[in-house]
Design a protein around this ligand. Sequence first.
Ligand SMILES: NC(=O)c1ccc[n+]([C@@H]2O[C@H](COP(=O)([O-])OP(=O)(O)OC[C@H]3O[C@@H](n4cnc5c(N)ncnc54)[C@H](OP(=O)(O)O)[C@@H]3O)[C@@H](O)[C@H]2O)c1
Length: 291
Amino acid sequence: MKVAFLGLGVMGFPMAGHLAAAGHEVAVFNRARAKAERWSAQHKGRVAATPADAARAAALVFACVGNDDDVHQITLGADGALAAMAQGAIFVDHTTTSARLAREIDAAARARGLGFLDAPVSGGQSGAEKGILTVMAGGEPAAFAAAEPVVACYARTFRLLGPAGAGQLTKMVNQICIAGLIEGLAEGLHFARAAGLDPQAVIDVIGKGAAQSWQLDNRHATMIAGEYRHGFAVDWVRKDLGFALDEARRNGAHLPVTALVDQLYGEVQALGGGRWDTSSLLARLERLRTT
Ligand SMILES: NC(=O)c1ccc[n+]([C@@H]2O[C@H](COP(=O)([O-])OP(=O)(O)OC[C@H]3O[C@@H](n4cnc5c(N)ncnc54)[C@H](OP(=O)(O)O)[C@@H]3O)[C@@H](O)[C@H]2O)c1
């Protein structure tokens, strides 16, 4: 199938690579062209000059850029993809954005006879590289069915959760569930050290009981080592928690822990940790320790 992929960052680069490896005819576009050139040196595919150029002949156009403004630019901005796409083609946005933006792009796509899915992902850089992402989608069932076999190149789970915006709302739930959990894990490791325990030995035991989690399994070793230059950036999680807190102000949900952890991440940013992994909440605690 002719497909396009816009945004070749930590996530988009390997995702687009899986599409090429599966035999699809891929056109790629990235703001910094050097990344697209690096991608095409490693994978079979064409480097496009603009989002419109990438999207023109594609039946499916995928994107994984940074934030709402970036998605707006590549869809509706100058040389944006939507105006160039053929009738019936589908735009699948894997960026984590606000639900409001997803509904806006959906309306713009409909007006042009196009399909749209908001389809944020979970599973991180390693999930993208291994092609085992979890993808949560909002949109029409027909668009979802058309995208499903292609998204399967890089996703282990791909679910439709409702109309446009439902994918982004589900991603907000994902981030709400994780926020307090990481702070809990950071406080546990912080306390273990303060109590004179061997943190690794503690994790080896409690990680086999009810305290087990993806974060504990995948992040405890680097947290113990004080190593945060990898993974999912604090700047990105603050964007995501901001979407959840904004949405909660609209729908009346009460998110006290999420609001607190958002503030704690603000303190990590003030320490210079905007690009550190989200597990760096422990670095903040270590700096506060009084004895
Ligand atoms: N990293 C993770 O673990 C993870 C996990 C789940 C979800 N996400 C979400 O996935 C999205 C991407 O994350 P990432 O970690 O891949 O970010 P990233 O490494 O910063 O990559 C973003 C890419 O999009 C490109 N881009 C941004 N704006 C653009 C524009 N207007 N036109 C064309 N290209 C543009 C950037 O190009 P430049 O090279 O020019 O900057 C960059 O290559 C974010 O919404 C993030 O919240 C990330």
